[in-house]
Design a protein around this ligand. Structure first.
Ligand code: FUB
Length: 345
């Protein structure tokens, strides 16, 4: 939701109309990546803090320093905070901005994937390892080779392959990688290096993970998001094109790639036949929430699908102090997802 409309919100009324309430209130959390491991729900969110950084369009005010893992026995139950699972000071290659993470489990080992800026100010994606889903996680000494940008989401396919989806515009720096090299010019502009409005939009990336889960098995490849006529969505198609917050889930043999449109604040989805796409845009999962960002995960719990998402209601609209929530979503018989409105009329 645009920041200028937040001033007019009556938050008591908004909370009454909200379709769900914050899962925890003692810390600010965002970007919830939810998984069921061994029959229990684990949520890997960002841990929002106010570090006193000035607001800008590069997201400098999102100056998070650590991760906490939450668990729940059921979506209706209490969320338990398991404390600090990883701190930026313990990651040799990372300097700042621990943004949206995700996690995966393989053969009893748990992997926390996270973006952070390195000492050159470039977002990379790292991995940290634990024998517990709640950590503490021990980081690898280096970021994943060939990783860049933000918002890793790791999807385990039914054949036991794992794929990482990632990328984010503006402060997420995806636009700086158009040539395959990091473009350091115009560092203050979030939209320098953007294609023109009538050119294809910047695309998110996917890479299969290798057997160790610590590196890519291949060079990341762009993911195509097409309209109904098979054409790539355009840069100026702000209500539908990718911005950040990649996620993948599989329903009835189809691959659902979902993402945020960023400055237009929608969570959208596109459907494909393989983990690499192409994906055809199908619609919105979530209408705008209070706060500038929208970021989610889709997780099946006891046979039902749930959307884990966030808004800024707990902080009364402070865009970098968010709270995570959960609501059920419905796949209709034609494969489409019924759009959720986060607040009732
Ligand atoms: O939490 C920091 C950033 O805000 C995330 O990486 C984006 O997806 C947005 O939610």
């Amino acid at each position: 939701m645009p920041e200028d409309s937040i001033e007019n919100i009556d938050f008591d009324k908004l909370n009454e109309k909200a379709i769900s309430q914050p899962l925890i209130k003692h810390i600010y959390t965002a970007d919830p990546s939810a998984h069921v491991f061994n029959g229990k729900i684990y949520i890997y969110p960002s841990h929002d803090i106010d570090a006193g950084e000035a607001f800008d369009d590069l997201g400098s005010h999102f100056a998070m320093e650590d991760y906490h893992v939450l668990s729940m026995d059921s979506v209706d139950g209490a969320a338990v905070d398991h404390g600090i699972a990883l701190h930026v000071e313990d990651v040799p290659w990372a300097e700042r901005q621990m943004w949206a993470p995700d996690a995966a489990q393989k053969k009893g080992t748990y992997y926390l994937y996270f973006p952070a800026k390195d000492y050159d100010g470039i977002f990379r994606i790292g991995v940290a390892v634990s024998n517990s889903p709640t950590g503490p996680f021990i980081p690898q000494p280096y970021a994943i080779k060939d990783s860049f940008s933000i918002d890793p989401a790791v999807f385990e396919d039914e054949d036991g392959s794992y794929y990482m989806y990632f990328g984010g515009l503006w402060g997420g720096q995806l636009q700086r990688w158009r040539t395959g090299e990091f473009n350091a010019s115009n560092p203050e502009s979030p939209t320098a290096h953007f294609p023109k409005d009538d050119e294809p939009a910047l695309l998110p990336y996917v890479a299969k993970l290798d057997d160790t889960m610590l590196e890519f098995a291949e060079k990341p490849r762009p993911i195509e998001i097409l309209d109904n006529e098979g054409k790539l969505l355009l840069t100026g198609d702000n209500d539908r094109r990718f911005f950040e917050a990649a996620w993948m889930h599989k329903h009835q043999e189809k691959y659902y790639f979902s993402y945020s449109t960023g400055d237009t604040h929608f969570i959208c989805y596109a459907i494909g036949d393989t983990p690499y796409g192409p994906f055809v845009y199908k619609g919105r999962i979530l209408e705008p929430v209070v706060g500038w960002t929208s970021h989610h995960s889709v997780c099946k719990v006891d046979g039902k699908w749930f959307l884990f998402y966030h808004d800024s209601s707990l902080s009364k609209g402070v865009t970098h102090l968010r709270c995570i929530k959960v609501a059920e979503i419905e796949h209709l018989s034609d494969g489409s997802i019924k759009t959720l409105k986060p607040y009732n009329d």
